[in-house]
Design a protein around this ligand. Structure first.
Ligand code: PLP
Length: 444
């Protein structure tokens, strides 16, 4: 049983979950749930397949808190969650219930969002280069809002979905972002007149402008610059005969500097798109909502001492890792974020010699941590300090594992993706999550 929490005096029946096809949502803080799940696994017999598997704990209370933060800091901007970041079924239901819209990149994502009962008007098909069949599917399903950034796309849309509500994605400065999406998408301001006059000649309904400052944006001023460029594009639209009333400020939001970024966005919106002009403003945050909500616990399946190589002065090199730990998730699985999303992950010991203990009492060593496949690129962290007493069967943890992890994991070498367990936090968060999920219209 889970450790009881003081403020949770509600009946525990609903711990069994709200959706028959989904795992239960446990009440409790994520670190307690991780411990609880590890203890359960430690009771299993040696070699039990399921007891060894790495697992995620998703804290839905954290997703709720992020949403509260969003609505407090950016009340004018309606978030359309970018489901590519983590299409988790509970995250989608929770955000749907809280009133978010959804940014979808493909027919598959659109189907997934519609299947949980979200109306098509709450979806933006935010991929400027779409296969013809996807445009047809969107049209048949009533998904009208979609982005473009090139003339060919306009011709495709004019042929297949002539009543679409089009949003022109412009190029902005993404040089301060971890993932530079401008390398692939976005029309320069110089090309905007041609694109909009082509749209006009095709009798297409362009409703506004979008941009993406790049994923993992650490420079809030990128938003000021981008919103100013969007304003210029609005003016070009007016000259061509459009009356834009829609601005999509994309994703890129980071938890670490969110308040600062939000203040810059608010200032830019007030300057270039004052409320009285009535422009609807949406955004496409992904990482912001989920990065911190998911943590991963992985099991040490093997270890090897590293034979000390003599350094140039003939002594053993103390600067090199002395132990290699092998865990049961790696860069072909959840840690694909290291390759695709330029992440650096920071492991910490959850158990030492199979006990939950404090680090301070233990000798530490410089180690490297490796995934389970036979490929040497499968290195999770090449230099990290961990307790030297970690043994086979010990657990190590990783925080901030919710963004661009599960969604791109493969089964390379026959390893399965790590499963997700859910919790709702405690107190106000827990009550809010449970209320939102229970009130979710299509929960039955
Ligand atoms: N919108 C679009 C079109 C994207 O391509 C992405 C990420 O690739 C996002 C939104 C989400 O970005 P982030 O997770 O940085 O908020």
């Amino acid at each position: 049983t889970l450790p009881a929490t003081k403020d949770d005096d509600e009946d525990l029946e609903d711990v069994d979950g709200f959706f028959a096809d989904l795992p239960p949502v446990l009440r409790g803080e994520p670190q307690d749930i991780v411990q609880h799940l590890i203890r359960e696994r430690q009771k299993a017999s040696d070699g039990d397949v399921d007891a060894e598997k790495a697992f995620f704990v998703a804290d839905l209370g954290s997703v709720w808190l992020q949403h509260m933060k969003w609505t407090r800091c950016l009340p004018r901007v309606q978030p359309f969650y970018a489901i590519k970041c983590n299409p988790d079924p509970y995250v989608l239901r929770l955000l749907a219930s809280l009133g978010a819209g959804f940014d979808c990149a493909s027919y598959g994502e659109i189907s997934r969002v519609l299947s949980i009962g979200v109306e098509p008007s709450r979806i933006i098909f935010a991929n400027p280069c779409k296969p013809v069949s996807f445009i047809r599917n969107a049209s048949q399903l009533g998904v009208d809002m979609m982005t473009f950034d090139n003339v060919d796309e306009l011709h495709k849309i004019a042929r297949i979905h002539p009543t679409a509500q089009l949003v022109l994605r412009i190029l902005t400065d993404d040089s301060k972002s971890v993932c530079r999406l401008g390398l692939k998408f976005g029309a320069t301001l110089a090309s905007v007149p041609l694109l909009l006059s082509t749209a006009k000649s095709l009798h297409l309904n362009v409703i506004g402008i979008s941009f993406h400052v790049g994923s993992g944006c650490y420079d809030p001023h990128a938003f000021m610059d981008a919103i100013e460029r969007a304003h210029v594009a609005f003016n070009i639209g007016r000259d061509i005969g459009y009356r834009f009333n829609f601005l999509d400020i994309g994703g890129g939001f980071e938890t670490k500097n969110f308040e600062e970024t939000a203040a810059v966005v608010e200032r830019a919106l007030n300057e270039y798109f004052p409320v009285e002009e009535g422009v609807r403003v949406i955004s496409e945050p992904g990482r912001f909502y989920v990065a911190g909500a998911f943590s991963l616990a992985a099991n040490i399946i093997a270890r090897r001492p590293v034979m000390a190589k003599p350094s140039t002065n003939g002594n053993a090199d103390e600067d090199e890792p002395s132990i290699m730990y092998y865990i049961n998730d790696g860069v072909y699985g959840s840690f694909n974020c290291i390759l695709f999303d330029h992440q650096v992950v920071h492991p910490y010991a959850l158990t030492i010699d199979h006990e939950f203990q404090q680090y301070e009492n233990h000798a530490v060593a410089l180690c490297s941590v490796w995934g389970p496949t036979c490929d040497s690129i499968d290195c999770v962290n090449s230099r990290v300090v961990l307790p030297s007493g970690l043994k086979i069967g010990d657990w190590i943890g990783f925080g901030d594992m919710g963004a661009y992890t599960i969604c791109a994991a493969s089964q390379f070498n026959g390893f399965q993706e790590s499963a997700v367990h859910y919790c709702s936090g405690t107190g106000e968060r827990s009550r809010a999550v449970r209320k939102a999920l229970k009130e979710y219209p299509l929960s039955k």
